[in-house]
Design a protein around this ligand. Structure first.
Ligand code: M6R
Length: 354
């Protein structure tokens, strides 16, 4: 039940610290322990191909970057595109379907395609007993608890945390894991999320920008999937136009859209920060308001109209914290505009047709 919250989405945003604790429970110690996986599941795995849709695709893009940073080749595919043009099967590739529900038709189709090519498959899902969990060779559960709101929130954070564990586990075999400092940062992630959720710094920003023509989100590295996710959340529940871009792409087209009525949320995850800061200047010099989302000492802070601060953590996890601000932004803008937050028009929680 919603308890003291007006909407499931708001409740689920607030549940994230607890959801993350459950995700990480028993999986961090002297190393990473993913006990749900059979011993042989990761044997011979040299490469990871993620297939997913929507928010789960953004978590997959994030997870692929965590693997690549550790020297493990990885790619993320929109499940519908994977089926349309399946990449050539290669020995040593595991196809990982990331799906909260475990029932998304496009993702199931991509996993079936991989299976038909004799590729090993793994489901990363929130739902025990789901079709994805049953049909894949193995399943890894994100343990976020039930999510009722159509907008995926806590499951994104738990998916990224689970993929971070998987990345560490795969990299540890090559000696390229980040080891204890990263495990400590992961263990502290629930507290970082709690700080962001409780501060609710974004409420006044939402009020300030509620009548904008459009909302843009830019980032680099892990900030790129967070930009895509921030835009998806906002368009899904506010019905306002929102787009996320790789910050480097701005001047290749989207900059033409920037006016004083299009706030740009610039996400600093420590990847090429100086370049994100100069993107922010390009936006401001064209009259666009900039909201920095990043660490308190981010150089973006001084070059922005507002700053949503993110607690200190390992840079690989900054994006998870930044994303929580953007979830709250979407929520508060939608509340200001009186939208039906938990059941946005035309959308279903689980999309069971291709
Ligand atoms: O259950 P899944 O994770 O497979 O669902 C995938 C998407 O349909 C889902 O993430 C969708 O994009 C959300 N409504 C976004 O908030």
């Amino acid at each position: 039940e919603k308890g003291r919250y007006d909407h499931y989405m708001h409740k689920e945003i607030h549940e994230q610290p607890r959801a993350l604790e459950q995700t990480l429970q028993g999986r961090l110690g002297d190393g990473v322990a993913l006990d749900d996986l059979a011993d042989e599941t990761l044997d011979g795995v040299e490469r990871v191909a993620f297939v997913a849709c929507g928010t789960s695709y953004h978590a997959s893009l994030y997870g692929a970057r965590l693997l690549i940073e550790r020297g493990v080749p990885a790619s993320a595919h929109l499940a519908s595109e994977y089926v349309t043009a399946p990449p050539p099967a290669r020995a040593g590739t595991i196809v990982v379907g990331v799906t909260q529900s475990g029932e998304t038709a496009d993702t199931l189709a991509a996993l079936r395609e991989a299976h038909s090519q004799d590729q090993p498959t793994l489901a990363v899902t929130n739902t025990v007993g789901s079709t994805a969990a049953r049909e894949c060779d193995d399943a890894l559960f994100i343990r976020a608890g039930p999510e009722i709101g159509v907008a995926a929130t806590k499951t994104f954070s738990s998916q990224v945390a689970t993929l971070a564990l998987l990345a560490e586990q795969l990299a540890a075999r090559e000696g390229t894991g980040r080891g204890r400092p990263f495990r400590r940062a992961l263990a502290a992630l629930p507290d970082g999320v709690r700080t962001v959720v409780e501060s609710d710094d974004v409420r006044s920003v939402a009020r300030q920008f509620r009548d904008s023509d459009a909302y843009f989100f830019v980032g680099r590295g892990t900030g790129h999937p967070v930009a895509l996710e921030g835009a998806l959340k906002l368009k899904e529940i506010t019905y306002e136009h929102a787009e996320g871009f790789a910050a480097g792409e701005l001047k290749h087209g989207p900059l033409a859209l920037v006016t004083e009525r299009t706030p740009v949320f610039a996400i600093d995850t420590g990847h090429n920060t100086e370049k994100v800061a100069s993107n922010a200047e390009e936006i401001r010099s064209r009259g666009g308001p900039v909201v920095a989302v990043g660490p308190a000492d981010s150089p973006l802070g001084d070059r922005a109209d507002a700053h949503l601060p993110v607690p200190d953590t390992d840079p690989a996890l900054t994006g998870v914290l930044a994303n929580v601000h953007l979830q709250l932004l979407a929520y508060h803008v939608a509340a200001e505009l009186d939208r039906p937050i938990d059941k946005p028009r035309n959308l279903a929680k689980s999309v069971t047709v291709e």
